[in-house]
Design a protein around this ligand. Structure first.
Ligand code: NDP
Length: 485
């Protein structure tokens, strides 16, 4: 389809979801919860079919399709359907009763309207789910733009929900131009997950149109292995962080900084664990990604890197789990996102150097610190710059709906999961009901008693106390007399 066709389709889809959203938002939240719960059960009843579809589309092992995607559906829906009513409850506003008597204020969280969710290919169900559940629960409509590389899983998810709740959710399959057309069609909010490059473009498009937008972008996570790390658990966990989903994780471990004291034991163990994973590592999802990773390995080797395990693939074989060391800091494998089963390793003699190594990146999604003394590891973690830091684990919290998934720097300022996302998916609406029958002291006509009152109020802000309250009452009385005279 050409670009003008995308525009028309995007406008039609936004209009249709917008129309359905009015009715959806008007339903009591309990009814929305019942319907979304029915959608959740309908999806889980066909969990095997979905896991297979995801595995076929992304090549990830069926176990990973289950653990990272299908299970996430139940968990994420479960959290929002349980906690949502409390999180969306109106909040009472604080209004000072002395100088502003008779007023009651509250703040409701109202849906934005139509939310567009643009997703990448690496987790084609879990990533949209993190937005779908809170968006719909809050009374919005949603249009999902899955990656053209993995359109089927996202479309399947939307179709199952739509069968239960109706046309308040839709999907727009297509390439980047389809995503851009959706933004041009003026949704009320955009949640983008993807590369830093595209995220910047989407951010500019949204800013130009005044559309609130959050962007979750790439990463270059580092595992910091302290001298007292538990060798076996750390090596196994770090290997999983490097290799799971064939390394195509925004928070995959792509750098490892190891304390010199533990390096002689840790490095061979990590190498062994990586070699053991080789049979479970599929080919990368896109040929372009394969080329990027191969180029990074080639450049690193050409610039003197040492291959600890793996290296360039033989022929068309999948890229093997790869660990490189002595990689210059300005080589692509150190500074750019790899998004493949490779990592670069450095050994350092001080914790200061380990922390500096972890922070030597423009990204800031996640990092992990591994050490037996968790208090000390937490102190180190506080000095590492990223949206998330795991102590003795890595990245597993992606589908835990209460915990923010958030970055900084080139990883974007956006967030999914956690109550904080309601800031984007809803807007606060203020109501104030005034039962005061009197005129207000700050209304016209102005006069000297108003100024007196203002001075007394400022003085009260400084001192507080009963005397100040009595002086305020007296100044108020004088002012009211002045207004009525
Ligand atoms: P891209 O940025 O290429 O694409 C992301 C989505 O944006 C896709 O649906 C894509 O469509 C769409 N898109 C492309 N161009 C535009 C445009 N101009 N306007 C609107 N939408 C557009 O990312 P990838 O799909 O390659 O995913 C990999 C990236 O995602 C990595 O950098 C990874 O780190 C990041 N990511 C971040 C996560 C996080 O939580 N921080 C989680 C997972 C991944 P299409 O694919 O059809 O071209």
């Amino acid at each position: 389809m050409s670009h003008p066709d995308w525009s028309k389709l995007a406008e039609q889809k936004i209009a249709a979801v917008r129309a359905a959203q009015v009715e959806w938002a008007a339903l009591p939240i309990q009814t929305r919860i019942e319907k979304l719960n029915a959608a959740k059960l309908a999806i889980l009843a066909r969990g095997e079919e979905l896991a297979q579809l995801i595995s076929d589309e992304t090549r990830k092992p069926l176990a990973e399709a289950y653990s990272a995607e299908v299970l996430a559906i139940g968990d994420i829906f479960g959290y929002w359907l349980r906690k949502g009513p409390d999180l969306l409850k109106p909040r009472k506003g604080d209004v000072p009763s002395l100088e502003m008597p008779g007023k009651k204020a509250w703040i409701e969280r109202v849906p934005r309207g139509v939310v567009v969710c643009i997703s990448p290919w690496n987790f084609p169900v879990q990533l949209p789910m993190r937005t779908v559940a809170p968006t719909l629960l809050a009374g919005n409509g949603l249009i999902l733009k899955p990656s053209e590389v993995t359109p089927k899983s996202g479309a399947w998810l939307v179709a199952r929900i739509r069968e239960v709740i109706g046309p308040v959710i839709d999907v727009m399959e297509g390439d980047g131009a389809a995503g851009a057309a959706l933004i041009e069609a003026m949704p009320d909010a955009v949640v983008f997950t993807g590369s830093t490059r595209t995220g910047r473009k989407v951010g500019v498009m949204c800013a130009e149109r005044g559309i609130p937008c959050e962007q979750e972008l790439g990463g270059k996570d580092c595992a910091v292995v302290l001298a007292d790390a538990d060798l076996d658990r750390t090596a196994t966990g770090v290997a999983w962080g490097i290799v799971s989903n064939a390394g195509q994780n925004c928070s995959g471990i792509e750098r490892v900084a190891v304390a010199a004291q533990i390096a002689p034991q840790f490095i061979p163990l990590l190498v062994k664990k990586l070699q053991e994973t080789a049979k479970d590592v599929p080919e990368l999802v896109t040929p372009m990604q394969r080329r990027i990773v191969i180029e990074q390995i080639e450049e690193a080797i050409a610039r003197g890197a040492q291959v600890l395990t793996g290296g360039l693939p033989i022929g068309d074989a999948p890229i093997p789990p790869t660990l490189l060391t002595k990689v210059p800091r300005d080589a692509m494998a150190w500074k750019d996102e790899s998004f493949g089963p490779i990592a670069v390793l450095e050994v350092h003699t001080s914790e200061e150097e380990l922390i500096t190594a972890a922070n030597d990146t423009r990204y800031g999604l996640g990092n992990s610190v591994w050490g037996h003394n968790t208090d000390h590891a937490t102190d180190v973690a506080r000095r590492v710059v990223s949206g998330m830091v795991w102590i003795n684990n890595h990245s597993f919290s992606a589908a835990l709906a209460d915990l923010p998934w958030v970055g900084t720097g080139d990883s974007g300022t956006g967030m999914t999961n956690s109550p904080d996302v309601l800031h984007l998916l809803t807007r606060p609406r203020l109501y104030v009901v005034d039962s005061n029958k009197d005129l207000e002291p700050w209304w016209y006509p102005y006069g000297p008693k108003l100024l007196d009152l203002m001075r007394v109020l400022v003085s009260r802000q400084q001192t507080g106390g009963l005397g100040a309250t009595l002086r305020t009452l007296s100044a108020l009385k004088a002012r009211m007399k002045e207004i009525k005279s």
